[in-house]
Each structure stands twice: as C-alpha cells, then as structure tokens.
Design a protein around this ligand. Structure first.
Ligand SMILES: C[S@@+](CC[C@H](N)C(=O)[O-])C[C@H]1O[C@@H](n2cnc3c(N)ncnc32)[C@H](O)[C@@H]1O
Length: 207
C-alpha cells in the first residue's frame, strides 16, 4: 500500500509542467542520439522521461526500477505500452548484458543512494565504447531567477516539496561530485553543467 501511494504521488509530481522542465535537459540530450539508440532509464519511476523522449522519436527504451508499483504507473502511459519495464533487486547487479545499451540514464536517483558508485559501475559494464551515462540531480541551489518574493506565492506545492526534500542531499552531491572523481579513475570523459535555472546539475560521462 505504501509503495502504491508513493508511486501515485510521484506520478502526479512527474506530470506537473515544471517537472517536464526539470527533465528537459536530459530529454534534449537523448533526442540527439540516433533513433536506433538503446537507452536504459535506471530508477525510471512512473516513466515521465521515457514518455517525453518517445514523443520525439522511436527510441529503444528499457525502464528499470526496484519499485514494481512505479513500473505499473509507467505501464499505464499509452506511449510506454510496448517499452520493456524491468523490476530490479536492490543492491543486485543490473540484469542486462555487457554492451546491451548505448546510453544509461539516472534521473534523481544516485544522490539518494548510500553507494552510488555500484550502479555507475554497472552502467559502465552495460555500455560499448562511446556509450554515455547521463546523471540528472537536484543541485540544492537557490535559483537566482526565483527571488524571495516568489516563495510567498502558492506557486506549486509539489515544486516546493521537491525543493525541500532534495536540497540537502543535492548540495552535498554537487559539492562532492562523486561521478567526476569516478570518471577520472576510470578514464572516462566527463562534463557537467547547471540546468533548470541552476536548480539541477546534468553530468555526462562517455566511455
Ligand atoms: C526520486 S525517484 C526518480 C524517478 C525518475 N527517475 C524521475 O526522475 O522522475 C527515484 C526512483 O528510483 C527508484 N530507486 C530507488 N533505489 C533504486 C535502486 N537501487 N535501483 C533502481 N531504482 C531505485 C525508486 O523506486 C524511484 O522510482
């Protein structure tokens, strides 16, 4: 019941327009990949990112999540009717073969985990040379474009809840930059930029 409620809550959050703006930098990056690209969305939740990208092309997506209720929410999106949705076991290796994907995406996931480098290692295993990892994480920053007065308006409860819930861990992630150090240790190309009015950071690693 708890999993079902959190999946419903997260579906409503994802379907708010601002959440599409948060995901947009990743959507735009993925839409630059060739249409035959095979993309794995780890921790896909109720599938908003896949839905957004599939509006722009016939990508070969796989969504994966440890929460089966999240996958059910994803399945209920008409565009995801034929997408592979795979349940995962927490802490277990990802159930895919070496080189099976051209890109692996983590949106709002790694910064929540105690051992994010385990899943990064798994992503690397699944990619061929030239494959890419995209990591989108709330930055914990206060946007210069959201002046204090905006806080007084009832803009969008979901947005402010998201800000509050992600601020601490997001700032820690941005400060430590775990993928940057890991990329250097593994000989990967690394870049990052602030996106979504500086409220999020997009990191891209290339094998
Ligand atoms: C904050 S939500 C983000 C969902 C989606 N990626 C997005 O950006 O809207 C985190 C998701 O990751 C899933 N998750 C948590 N730990 C996970 C793990 N170890 N492996 C895979 N998915 C996990 C949760 O069930 C949840 O659906």
């Amino acid at each position: 019941m708890k999993e079902k409620n959190s999946a419903r809550f997260f579906r409503a959050l994802q379907d708010a327009p601002w959440y599409g703006d948060f995901l947009a930098p990743v959507t735009e990056e993925l839409l630059q990949l060739p249409e035959e690209a095979r993309i794995l969305d780890v921790g896909c939740g109720p599938g908003k990112l896949m839905e957004e990208v599939l509006k722009g092309g016939m990508y070969r997506f796989t969504g994966a999540d440890i929460n089966r209720e999240m996958l059910q929410e994803a399945r209920s999106r008409p565009r995801l009717r034929d997408v592979a949705l795979v349940p995962l076991e927490k802490g277990a290796p990802l159930p895919f073969r070496e080189g099976e994907f051209d890109a692996v995406v983590f949106c709002s996931l790694l910064f929540l985990l105690e051992e994010p480098l385990f899943l990064l290692g798994e992503a690397l295993r699944l990619l061929p040379s030239g494959g890419k990892i995209f990591i989108l994480t709330p930055s914990g920053k206060r946007s210069p474009l959201l002046p204090g007065a905006a806080l007084l308006r009832p803009v969008n409860a979901g947005f402010w809840l998201w800000r509050k819930a992600t601020r601490g861990r997001g700032a820690k992630w941005l400060g430590n930059s775990p993928p940057e150090k890991w990329a250097a240790a593994n000989g990967l190309k690394y870049s990052r930029r602030l996106v979504f009015k500086e409220l999020a950071v997009l990191e891209i690693l290339e094998k």
